[in-house]
Design a protein around this ligand. Structure first.
Ligand code: SF4
Length: 237
């Protein structure tokens, strides 16, 4: 009956304040994957599953030198492709999906990476996370909120979602945040997850969001979580 009440104004305000702080904390945050075409971004994003962007960026120069576009990847020798992406983990699956996606891009989309979520989701190995990254960074479209492992963890710790399923987390975040900020939310949250709100032990004392975060308040105590903010340089409360 009162499902809509779950997204209370206070939660929304808190999300907007977190967003504003993240913009201050990471003003230059951008996609960490190296690419020069939408196709290369798509491939790099597929490779980034269960792998760091840093590792992917070590692999892609040789990969893109040998197979620079959809046609060359579609016709690549699968074993050669697997070898080139081996160090990113799950390489057999990733190579198979990259080749399958490129074959479909060549045959169904005139060798151009599609620019709608609906079409992107037809490609092997592409779920909403990859679709959101490609649409936002290759085509400037905020179709949704990218939910990777950092966004999932931090959104939960910040009390902005109680779900574990990325699709439901994305839906919660889309309702809390303005559409133009959907992708920059994810990018900045990923930066914060890597630098401060680490998976095993979040550095709540060094966190510029502690007064807005239920987990930080629990860890530090409510008062300290608020005082903590004034100790952190460059932060406006
Ligand atoms: S206060 Fe702690 S749990 Fe909350 S966002 Fe910051 S580091 Fe993460």
């Amino acid at each position: 009956m009162n499902v809509t009440r779950r997204k209370s104004p206070s939660k929304k305000q808190r999300a907007l304040e977190v967003l504003a702080r993240l913009k201050n904390l990471y003003p230059d945050a951008t996609c960490s994957l190296n690419y020069s075409t939408p196709l290369q971004l798509l491939v790099a994003t597929i490779l980034s599953a269960q792998c760091t962007d840093e590792r992917v960026n070590k692999v892609t120069p040789a990969l893109f030198k040998r197979f620079p576009d959809a046609a060359s990847l579609a016709n690549a020798d699968l074993a050669a492709l697997e070898n080139l992406v081996r160090s990113t983990g799950f390489y057999r699956n990733k190579a198979k999906n990259i080749q399958g996606a490129c074959r479909m891009i060549v045959s169904e989309f005139d060798s151009v990476v599609p620019n709608t979520m609906e079409q992107l989701l037809q490609l092997p190995g592409v779920a909403r996370k990859t679709g959101n990254v490609v649409l936002a960074h290759a085509y400037g479209t905020n179709a949704g909120v990218t939910v990777d492992t950092h966004v999932k963890r931090l959104s939960q710790r910040l009390g902005l979602t109680k779900f574990t399923d990325p699709i439901r987390i994305e839906k919660d975040l889309m309702e809390l945040l303005p559409q133009p900020d959907w992708e920059n939310w994810s990018i900045r949250l990923i930066y914060h997850g890597r630098a401060v709100c680490k998976a095993r032990s979040p550095l709540c004392q060094a966190c510029g969001l502690s007064d807005l975060c239920p987990t930080g308040k629990k860890t530090l105590g409510a008062e300290e979580a608020i005082q903590n903010i004034s100790k952190i340089d460059g932060e406006s409360v």
